[in-house]
Design a protein around this ligand. Sequence first.
Ligand SMILES: *Cc1c(COP(=O)(O)O)cnc(C)c1O
Length: 218
Amino acid sequence: MSVDVARVADNVAALRARLAELGGAGVALLAVTKTFPVEAAAAAIDAGCDGIGENYAQELVAKSDGLLAIIPRPDVHFIGHLQSNKVRSLVDVVTVWETLDRPSIIEELARRAAGATVMVQVNVSGEASKSGCTPAAAESLVSTAIEHGLNVVGLMTVGRAGDVTAARLGFRELRTLADGLGLVQCSMGMSDDFEWAVQEGATQVRIGSALFGQRVRP
Ligand SMILES: *Cc1c(COP(=O)(O)O)cnc(C)c1O
């Protein structure tokens, strides 16, 4: 797959402009590169994205040598469902683990990557198909992660698709939860809902299709 570098740069510029209009000039822009080649990640970083988001452990492992070769010290966030048996293969490339959602994964990560920078993923929409802990469990997981020496910087969520009002309320709930726990960062908002996420206090948005076009596989 060839990457249209100029188009990625245009898309990054347009997103930055929109973020600024929404009062989110300081919001970090994470380029979600799942299914796209490492050249797409490089184009996004060259165009001023702050980091890269990847969902699938196997795909990220396959790309990691390329990423590390092509981008100086890439900031790589793992944003997919994390299985304990995959942690070890990812520790050399992941810089921020956004999807801690249960004690077992916290324990495994603390064992493999002492002091790693993490977020706790919260399922604010309550959809059974989504990963993430319940809002009620967030405080205890954050405490567990801190007790295990991890550097907890914030909370992450995926908004409810296809329902703007519900998505927005979910983003508001995540911001309130993070504030209550003294956490600065909220990773929330994707191509279709980042505007509401920013208005509700996102500090980082995760953008894929609006930068690179539609993905062929999900
Ligand atoms: C795929 C994905 C994104 C990016 O989605 P787009 O709609 O392509 O912007 C962001 N966050 C997570 C967790 C994802 O899985």
